[in-house]
Design a protein around this ligand. Structure first.
Ligand SMILES: Nc1ncnc2c1ncn2[C@@H]1O[C@H](COP(=O)(O)OP(=O)(O)OP(=O)(O)O)[C@@H](O)[C@H]1O
Ligand SMILES: [Mg+2]
Length: 487
């Protein structure tokens, strides 16, 4: 007696088809799972046995061999529980083997037979669609993701529901809606709460409109972290393709929840400065996506930038340039997308006195030098906008609330529209100014490209058809502030 169910294994963010074959033979009881499976997958035996009993189905007498093919592909996790259980039931004629073969299945079994969601349902559903299947049996919690992949979800609460469905006895209630929360429900803190800091606000707007990396530097308590956290709130919403990409990533990382089944707003990630390089760029045996990938199409905030270990910061240079990370693993590589906007905050020196009119810097030259050495020029070069956020004056802090995120976001959207249609080009005067700056500052090749991009964003925000010298001048002013270059 042989039966087959279809499931998928994840390699990075990609699902590969896995055939779950079950063979029941002889009279001597036994149960083996073969096919390069990890520990969680081996333990499926106990869950499947107890799940089948809870669904009040019969455990077949005889020797049961489960083979997950192809044998050379590593299989991880508990998502194979449901297809294994169903294939065993098909091999013992308790459900229709033909009907089972028309479905993909994914889910972990609880000991009482309930079907639990597993990570990566969207990627698996996309894999199922690619292999020509139109239905995926899964936990109810995964249904929103499966629907996003464009195939039919058959949400089941219990193994018994899946059995009844495959026997044609009853159908589970169809999944309704696409699970997208309205944008208003996602609350990012509002820019109106930031008093004063006009330059910081302007830089934030430029960063949002042109997708630029931003470094906010200054004395403690001036609103740097506050400003940085308000960037996602002024970014345009994600498009359909971006929703799919971000949801796939967050699903594989196990970050989706019942309240937030899909990622519809630009992701915001703020890893702690004790994070390792692997946590930031991805890795591990899985391998798992890192913070740069979780921030794909959104914002990665590195608060207190110099507190991160230098190798961790250096690991960011490659993804910042390429927009993806490629992680090596046994038997191949996984490529993770990593198009994020980097925002860093930092004090100007370890004691925080530098740049503060009301305080003296008490750092020894050695301590200051060690602090500055944390940030390589190569990393600093990748920040298009560097802003010094000064201590606010009393009257600024007491002033009425500033412009809110909603208004700024509208301008950002308009500017993005202009950048997409007729990109403003530099006038001859603007070109000359840029060339002079390359000699004088001096600017690296990358620096020149980045200044040109920021200038174009400034022109788009101003609604100008051309990039004028004033836009280049503004972009240059964000390039190398005195406070950061002074030794
Ligand atoms: N410009 C401002 N407008 C309104 N509130 C502010 C402003 N600056 C600071 N604050 C208040 O101070 C608190 C600390 O600000 P924030 O955490 O942004 O400082 P920071 O610049 O990141 O300081 P640090 O360098 O110590 O991290 C905020 O939660 C807010 O209450
Ligand atoms: Mg801070």
């Amino acid at each position: 007696m042989l039966a087959r169910a279809v499931s998928h294994a994840l390699v990075g963010l990609e699902a590969r088809r896995v055939e779950v074959e079950v063979h029941v033979s002889g009279q001597v009881p036994g149960f083996t799972i073969v096919g390069l499976v990890d520990r969680a997958c081996q333990e499926a035996k106990e869950r499947v046995r107890s799940g089948i009993a809870s669904a009040e189905r019969q455990w077949p007498g005889g020797r049961i061999t489960v083979s997950l093919a192809p044998a050379g592909l590593r299989k991880e996790g508990s998502g194979f529980d449901l297809p294994i259980a169903l294939a065993i039931l098909a091999a013992s004629h308790q459900v229709s083997a033909e009907r089972l073969a028309e479905h993909a299945a994914l889910g972990e079994l609880a000991l009482d037979g309930r079907v639990r969601p597993v990570d990566g349902a969207l990627a698996v559903a996309e894999g199922a669609r690619r292999s020509g299947l139109s239905h995926l049996l899964c936990a109810a919690e995964s249904a929103a993701e499966v629907r996003l992949a464009g195939i039919e979800a058959v949400p089941v609460e219990h193994l018994a529901d899946a059995v009844a469905y495959l026997r044609g006895e009853r159908s589970p209630p169809p999944f309704e809606g696409d699970g997208r929360p309205a944008l208003a429900e996602q609350d990012f803190p509002d820019l109106a709460e930031v008093r004063g800091q006009e330059r910081g606000r302007r830089a934030l707007e430029l960063a949002a409109a042109g997708n630029h990396n931003l470094l906010l530097a200054g004395p403690p308590g001036t609103g740097k972290t506050m400003l940085a956290r308000r960037l996602p709130g002024i970014l345009p919403p994600l498009g359909d393709r971006e929703i799919l990409e971000s949801t796939r990533i967050h699903s594989v990382a196990g970050l989706l929840s019942h309240e937030r089944p899909l990622v519809t707003a630009p992701p915001f990630r703020a890893p702690h400065h004790s994070s390792s390089a692997a946590a930031l760029v991805g890795g591990g045996p899985g391998p798992r996506p890192g913070e740069v990938t979780l921030a794909h199409r959104g914002v990665l905030l590195l608060d207190e930038l110099p507190e991160f270990a230098r190798p961790v910061l250096e690991a960011l240079r490659q993804p910042l340039e390429d927009g993806f990370v490629s992680v090596a693993r046994v038997g191949g590589r996984a490529v993770f997308p990593a198009r994020f906007q980097l925002v860093g905050t930092m004090n100007l020196c370890p004691c925080g006195g530098r740049g503060d009119g009301a305080a003296e810097c008490t750092c020894s030259p050695q301590r200051y030098a060690a602090f500055r050495d944390k940030l390589s020029r190569a990393l600093l070069d990748r920040f298009d906008l560097v802003v010094v956020v000064p201590r606010s004056r009393a009257h600024e802090l007491a002033a009425a609330p500033g412009e809110g995120s909603e208004d700024v976001r509208r301008r950002v959207l308009e500017a993005r529209g202009r950048l997409g249609e007729h990109r403003p080009e530099r006038t001859r005067e603007a070109d000359e100014l840029l060339d002079r700056a390359v000699e004088r500052i001096p600017l690296s090749g990358r620096g020149r490209v980045r200044v040109a991009r920021v200038a174009r964003t400034a022109a788009a925000l101003a609604g100008s058809r051309d990039v004028l010298p004033v836009h280049v001048a503004e972009a240059l002013a964000y390039r190398s502030p005195r406070e950061l270059s002074a030794r």
